[in-house]
Design a binder for this molecule. Structure first.
Ligand code: TYD
Ligand code: MG
Length: 460
């Protein structure tokens, strides 16, 4: 019988088995065995470590960092300013980029536009789709084709066989290749189903070797699982140079793109897009959008947030209504649910705003996610304003919603967050005046007092 070409290795203890087991016979963990290609010299594997120790190859020569030449790499512009900025100034030749996001968020649209732009700029590209037929891709690219984006000139293959994809890259040597998606490609020498951890890892590893050899930049599109990771817990993140996450809610038009990892740039940049009929449109001034759309009604405040290097004003809305269930509902979109629990506890304990028997809904408008402690005060003020039915800020015309930012401490104090000056500047720039923040109020009580004092008298 032929020796099996793959083994199953426990990702927890490293134990190897010829066949898959639900529970690792080595350490007893469940669901940790992942299929891998068997080592090419199986005879040595039993004493592998010893063999490696004795069979010393030629020694490498360490180089002082001072003597390392750093050639300035010419980055490739994708023609999409927001994408280039999140990448750290464009695509680095020969790098591996992972673009993750839930289905329907616009990953194929974004990569289609980028490759169309690259073709328009005279670059060689290749679009590999394992999900859609060439005819389906054509339908989408027809909508994207507006000069300089030559989306219909992008060379496409609809292929799921990894060997065929690798051969195509080696033959055509594109400068940029999109794999849509990494979960649909299939390495024939592994038995696992496409999308399984072993397959995804093997597909990415082989594509990486091919890409480095051919000097191709590869953009791997990956679907995120329910838990928010790409194909199982962090399988690919250590392998690739850059991990981009495309977020937003499918039904809403705004999408944010952020870098979770970037070997060639910062991870704090965020791009904002809007999904339109003709593809994704960059939102160059998201603050103006969100402030313009803010209602300024009871329960609405504007958070002066920082999205990477730039300030962003977003509306935070709250609704407080008597509950019929125990425990009452806590529903959030765009912020962390545990953070709301903390804010409600601090509001109740230190500011006399009790929501114990009410349903509380908090929403960051526009499908934006704010994952920063500076959002606490905005949530607190929005909830307090909703509970009392009093609008904060100046009633119109024009309405001028209240701006704020700051972290809440457990003892009811306000804590400073990064870049206060830039946040204040941004809210002044958009006519919101001086925001309530840790520099003007020391505790949550002070902040509430300042906010409600500035508020217009309650309309009858
Ligand atoms: P898609 O890029 O296919 O998402 P993903 O690859 O992440 O699964 O696009 C998702 C949605 O975007 C789809 O429901 C249709 C919509 N869409 C537009 O609104 N305008 C457009 O120009 C295109 C191409 C898509
Ligand atoms: Mg797609």
């Amino acid at each position: 019988m032929a020796r099996p070409s793959t083994i199953h290795v426990c990702s927890s203890c490293g134990h190897a088995e010829a066949r898959w087991h639900g529970q690792c016979p080595g350490c007893g963990e469940w669901n940790t065995l992942v299929e891998e290609r068997a080592p090419s010299t199986p005879g040595r594997s039993s004493s592998g470590a010893a063999a490696r120790r004795t069979a010393a190859g030629p020694a490498a020569t360490p180089v002082a960092l001072r003597d390392v030449t750093t050639a300035a790499v010419a980055r490739l512009s994708t023609g999409i300013g927001e994408l280039d900025r999140v990448l750290g100034g464009g695509l680095v030749p020969g790098s591996l980029v992972l673009l993750g996001g839930s289905p329907g968020i616009g990953k194929s649209t974004l990569t289609g536009m980028a490759t169309g732009n690259l073709v328009g700029a005279g670059r060689r590209t290749l679009y590999v789709s394992g999900e859609e037929s060439a005819a389906q891709i054509r339908l989408r690219h027809e909508r994207l084709e507006t000069a300089p984006c030559r989306a219909l000139d992008v060379p496409v293959i609809a292929e799921t066989d990894l060997d065929a994809v690798v051969a195509t890259i080696e033959h055509h040597r594109p400068e940029v290749c999109v794999i849509d998606s990494v979960q649909t490609l299939h390495a024939p020498d592994l038995t696992g189903a496409p999308g399984s951890v072993g397959q995804v890892r093997e597909v990415a590893a082989r594509l990486m070797r091919t890409a480095k050899a051919a000097g191709t930049t590869v953009i791997l599109v990956g679907h995120v699982t329910k838990e928010g990771s790409i194909a199982g817990p962090r399988v690919l993140e250590h392998l690739v140079d850059c991990v981009l996450q495309f977020e937003g809610e499918r039904e809403r038009t705004y999408r944010t793109l952020r870098a979770l990892k970037n070997r060639f740039g910062s991870t704090s940049e965020t791009g904002v897009f809007e999904m339109k009929q003709g593809g994704l449109v960059e939102v160059l001034d998201p603050s103006a959008r969100f402030v313009g759309e803010a209602t300024g009604k009871p329960g609405s405040v504007v958070l002066a947030a920082m999205e990477g290097s730039r300030p962003l004003l977003v509306e935070v809305q709250a609704l407080v209504s008597p509950s019929e269930i125990v425990p009452p509902r806590r529903v959030v979109t765009g912020i962390d649910r545990n953070r709301l629990a903390l804010v409600l506890a601090v509001l109740g304990r230190h500011a006399g705003v009790n929501t114990g028997s009410a349903d509380v809904f908090v929403n960051v408008v526009g499908g934006v996610r704010v994952d920063e402690p500076g959002a606490d005060l905005a949530v607190a003020l929005a909830v307090a304003s909703a509970q009392r039915g009093i609008a904060l800020g100046k009633s119109g015309p024009p309405t001028r919603p209240l701006a704020c930012f700051g972290e809440l401490g457990l003892t009811g104090e306000l804590r400073t967050v990064g870049h206060p000056d830039r946040r204040v500047e941004e809210s002044e720039k958009f006519g919101l005046g001086d925001p309530v923040h840790p520099g003007t109020a020391r505790t949550l009580r002070h902040a509430l007092k300042a906010a409600f004092q500035a508020a217009a008298p309650v309309a009858a």
